[in-house]
Design a protein. Sequence first.
Length: 95
Amino acid sequence: MSREHCISACFPSAPGSSSRFHGDGVRYKAKLIGIDHVTSAEGEKMCWDSMMKLKGFEAAFRKQGRHKQRVWLKICSGGVRILDERTGVRVTLSI
């Protein structure tokens, strides 16, 4: 987890619809259930399988008394960033 990555994102090019993603972009409050590396970037079944796997890990952590990490999901024209809610530090993804 030593490198920080920015996940590239595509947004609609309709006039006015993407203007809110310029600059700092849009910030959403979320809870991180996990990060899973997948073989391809498409496919509903692949997404479903990955989500179910992560939810299984999350349920096991909950039994141990651990909680989901609270994060800010920042979406801007440059990409997507995940920031820890308490510290403001970018969540690092190891690839």
